[in-house]
Design a protein around this ligand. Structure first.
Ligand code: ZN
Ligand code: ZN
Length: 395
């Protein structure tokens, strides 16, 4: 039975300065696959739409974000392994330092993961009839869930996104009055409890408040295997990607050493992928580092990450005999230090599949490829066709 691996290199695409990191990188394994397979360009969300990682992954996995995007909060919460129920409102959260009503450190003096976990124990509570569930993750980060009747995610963030006065949560629609009141009550109680917590007494920058942003309401969706008739697994380090995978009902594998950043253990990810293929039709592998380097404007770092992927990940994936689809979720040009709407290269390789004349995997070469210019919504049909799981349309 045919299987497929979908490798998403976050922030893969770039702009020439005068070469792109992908053009400059030594990547014999990716180039070999480009030569033996088919290439093209992909606009993950739409032509020249600048994608977020979350909306892009949803679209690539066949869930139109215009219909199914639930906001960042629920995806982060799912990524941390928190159980969400229909109607829960979830936020991204972070510990911060507030002095005289002003946020003076958005990361609470770079608080460590262990101290944050100890402080987090103060933060799950009941406010009126609403259950408040908090979980910390890495360093200052975490997620918050509100569970109760009559909640609404249309509320403003309490995170000022820069140093300055702590923001009250405001309802953005009359239906969100209750939610905003609960958020403000939570902020008050959290500040009271955190200020008294023993862990904070000796900190120069006490983690004495929790900032919230990215509100969204969770709704259960038709899971991946029922939507497409394939069992799928996700190998990723970052919480957001695990969250997207859980949201669409994929199995999310725990991979020790997969950090979701440039220091990630790619060999561990390769091993986890090989193992996952034994009982899944499709494995999505996500690698974050190139996007981080793009945001940092670090050309050499992005090139190095691509070379690591080529050396440490691609050979193991190619050896599995599975069909390979290798692409990105958006461009993160180092010259812009941000996501852009430029299409990303895509390559498809499978035994017995067609090939084209392209010999290298980069932005310019793939422009000449036989796949032409694809849209994110084409990827699931492409994969199902590759592994002979596509249902006939008509009779
Ligand atoms: Zn991304
Ligand atoms: Zn990014």
């Amino acid at each position: 039975m045919k299987k497929a691996i979908l490798l998403i290199i976050d922030g893969l695409g770039d702009l020439p300065t005068p070469k792109t990191p992908l053009q400059a990188a030594k990547k014999p394994n990716l180039d070999k696959l480009a030569k033996q397979g088919m290439t093209g360009l992909l606009s993950p969300v739409g032509n020249y739409v600048v994608p977020g990682s979350d909306t892009s992954h949803l679209q690539i996995l066949g869930y139109d974000p215009r219909q199914f995007y639930c906001g960042r909060g629920p995806l982060e919460a799912l990524g941390l392994g928190m159980a969400l129920r229909d109607g829960d409102v979830a936020f991204r959260a972070n510990f911060a330092t507030v002095e005289n009503g002003k946020v003076t450190d958005r990361r609470a003096g770079r608080i460590d993961t262990k101290t944050a976990a100890a402080l987090a124990k103060n933060l799950s509570m009941k406010i009126e009839d609403v259950e408040v569930i908090f979980q910390s993750s890495v360093e200052h980060r975490g997620a918050l869930i509100l569970r109760g009747l009559g909640l609404n995610p249309m509320v403003s963030p309490t995170d000022p996104h820069s140093l300055g006065p702590l923001q009250a949560c405001r309802p953005l629609t009359p239906a969100a009055m209750k939610t905003a009141q609960v958020v403000n009550a939570f902020t008050r109680l959290a500040m009271e409890r955190l200020s008294k917590a023993p862990e904070n007494q000796k900190r120069q920058k006490p983690a004495n408040t929790v900032l919230l942003r990215g509100a969204g309401m969770y709704r259960r969706m038709l899971p991946f295997n029922m939507s497409f008739g394939v069992n799928a697994a996700c190998v990723a380090g970052g919480a957001l990607y695990k969250g997207v995978a859980r949201y669409v009902g994929m199995d999310v594998l725990d991979v020790p050493g997969a950090t979701g950043d440039r220091n990630t253990d790619l060999k561990a990810k390769a091993n986890a992928t090989v193992k996952a293929l034994s009982n899944h039709d499709l494995v999505m592998v996500h690698v974050k580092g190139c996007d981080s380097a793009g945001h940092d404007g670090d050309f050499a770092g992005k090139k190095k990450m691509l070379e690591r992927i080529d050396r440490e990940l691609i050979p193991s994936l190619a050896k599995t005999g599975a069909c390979l689809v290798i692409t990105g979720d958006h461009s993160t040009p180092v010259s812009r230090k941000a996501h852009s709407g430029h299409p990303v290269p895509i390559l498809v390789y499978g035994k017995g599949e067609r090939t084209d004349l392209v010999k290298r995997f980069d932005e310019l070469s793939c422009m000449q490829g036989g796949l032409g210019h694809l849209h994110g919504r084409d990827i699931m049909p492409l994969i199902l066709n590759l592994i002979e799981k596509a249902e006939k349309y008509g009779s």
